[in-house]
Design a protein around this ligand. Sequence first.
Ligand code: ADP
Ligand code: 5GP
Length: 207
Amino acid sequence: MNNKSGAILVVSGPSGAGKSTLINAMMKDLGDCYFSISTTTRPMREGEVDGVHYHFVTKEEFEKDIQEGHFLEYALVHSNYYGTSLKPVKKALQEKKLVIFDIDVQGNEAIKKQLGDITTSVFVTTPTLTELENRLTTRSTDSAEVISKRIAMAKEEVKRVGEYEFLVVNDKLEEAVQTLTTIAKAARLKIEHKDVQEFIQKWVDKA
Ligand code: ADP
Ligand code: 5GP
């Protein structure tokens, strides 16, 4: 009964909270899963690779994809477009994989509406706002102006933590990886409502 059509794990949280770090560490231990590579119009950071971290496109290309219905969801985040392509997600779900999304609060809302039945959501954050600022500064991938935009955004995002099923405070990295891995394993076991009647029928018939 479990994992009949795959499952989704949404990971959200302020930029700099450690989502990518946690997801990368967790995926090593998790086995059959698929990380949804988003498409974005934001400039590539140093060390990022097109097609690995994101599909980097122009605003015009992104808007064409919107018109052609290629996105499961998309949003404007920090004045740039970010979107989840429908096709690879559909394929991974058909292959019964756990699909992992690193998307913002707007994306979580959209996924919950469309695929809430198979979705588990986690909000990741730092222990404090000051620590978030430290991490964004230490990461050295964004200008001071971009960092202050992200901090302002974080104050808004954190207000929506109640929309998530789980909260992971990424303080000690190893502990946070363990917690997120546990949640991901549970996400795979989530019961799909549409399967419940079928399960009950089979269970009774076997008596
Ligand atoms: P996000 O994907 O949420 O934007 P990153 O994974 O890029 O965040 O992490 C932001 C920065 O914080 C990186 O430099 C990363 O190495 C660092 N970091 C992640 N987790 C921790 C942690 N638990 N303690 C200290 N630094 C961390
Ligand atoms: P960053 O620029 O730091 O990589 O990401 C900025 C924000 O955009 C993060 O909160 C991240 O979760 C979010 N994001 C990344 N990809 C997507 C996506 O496909 N859809 C949505 N809605 N948000 C995304």
